[in-house]
Design a protein around this ligand. Structure first.
Ligand code: TXA
Ligand code: MG
Length: 337
């Protein structure tokens, strides 16, 4: 690590230890972090993000031992998955113990844990000597940040210090996996799609000889999951088919969007009053690269002065490698037609 990076980490460590919040790089998206033992700083995360208190935070650790100290049980399935995918984009939701406050978990008896795969984040957690709670570093409902500048701009008014770790490699938030232990083995439910897919989880557990089954958790298991999220500053529309007639398309969008409510589950739905200029979002045909560029390109498109951004979904969009991106796009969109 360069001297400059180390200096930044030292500064961030000091700020966190004094009870401030700090923007941190991870391989998925940037986070807005606080020490888990500083209640006031945790509250500051919610108020700075304008995030409702019912949406729980993920706790970031620098080792498996640090994670084990925060839970009541560390089932075999968790051990195998952490060993395989940590550090990396997989959050394990497990029964918490008293070291994790209910402010972090929004009153749930479980906590989401992950070890991020970014050398600066890992070094920071080690130097602070305490796990860090961190949601994505964006205002509630808005596009997630994939570089330090995104965070600095988002929280310019709040003057948040950001540890600059460059561009995020994965670009979409971690997979969130609920693990329940039962006598027969583990019951698993994917609460949020991410880079670590269901197939990867399945094959890892099968190889390790762990008994498990997937189930569909009910909505109360993941309170932070809204219909809309990740929204850019101008309306975003997903198209199932490429429209050849732009004039007709504009008319249809205006009509359909005007029929939507102003707000869905506390997130304001963006609606254009007129559509003069449309901008098409173009992403790589490789799902890994498309995920990496999505949020940054969405932000850039929103800054072009257009009235609306649209993206045309392709045939592969419903296949597993695209599921995480499909989920984020569906939520970022005001409308799908
Ligand atoms: O990749 C990521 O996960 C990023 C980076 C910064 O680590 N973090 C992130 O945090 O995406 P956030 O707050 O934007 O999304 C976390 C989501 C919550 O909205 C919630 O749905 C779920 O994770 N979550 C956290 N703790 C949970 C729990 N105990 N039970 C169920 N879901 C939980
Ligand atoms: Mg988020």
């Amino acid at each position: 690590m360069s001297i400059k990076m180390q200096d930044q980490i030292t500064q961030a460590t000091q700020l966190l230890n004094e009870g401030h919040i700090v923007g941190i790089p991870t391989e998925t998206v940037y986070g807005l972090a606080a020490r888990i033992d500083q209640e006031d700083a945790i509250k500051k995360i919610f108020t700075t993000k304008e995030r409702p208190f019912f949406d729980p935070l993920i706790v970031h650790v620098a080792s498996i031992e640090q994670a084990q100290k925060l839970v009541q049980i560390w089932p075999n399935a968790a051990a195998v998955l952490a060993k395989t995918f940590w550090p990396g984009p997989l959050t394990l939701v497990l029964p918490k113990n008293e070291k994790v406050s209910s402010l972090i978990t929004s009153g749930l008896q479980t906590v989401g844990l992950r070890m991020p795969k970014h050398p600066m984040a890992l070094q920071l957690i080690k130097e602070v000597g305490c796990p860090l709670a961190a949601p994505s570093a964006n205002k509630f409902g808005k596009t997630s940040p994939t570089n330090a500048k995104h965070v600095a701009v988002e929280f310019a008014r709040e003057n948040v210090f950001v540890l600059d770790g460059g561009e995020c490699e994965v670009g979409l938030e971690s997979t969130v996996l609920l693990i329940e232990s039962v006598a027969a083995g583990a019951r698993l439910s994917i609460l949020r799609e991410g880079f670590v897919t269901k197939s990867k989880i399945e094959s890892t557990l099968v190889t390790a000889g762990i008994s498990f089954e997937f189930f569909q958790a009910n909505k109360t298991a993941s309170p932070g999951h809204m219909k809309h999220h990740y929204m850019p500053s101008i309306p975003f529309v997903l198209l199932k088919n490429n429209s050849t007639d732009i004039k007709e398309l504009k008319k249809e969008i205006l009509l359909k969007i005007s029929e939507l409510p102003e707000q869905i589950e506390e997130v304001k739905i963006l609606k254009p009053t007129q559509i003069e200029k449309l901008v098409q979002l173009n992403l790589s045909s490789d799902p890994v690269l498309a995920a990496r560029e999505f949020y940054a390109k969405l932000r850039l498109a929103a800054e072009t002065g257009a009235d609306l951004i649209y993206f045309v979904m392709h045939e592969n969009f419903t296949t597993e490698p695209w599921l995480a991106l499909q989920d984020r796009m569906t939520k970022a969109a005001s409308l799908i037609i």
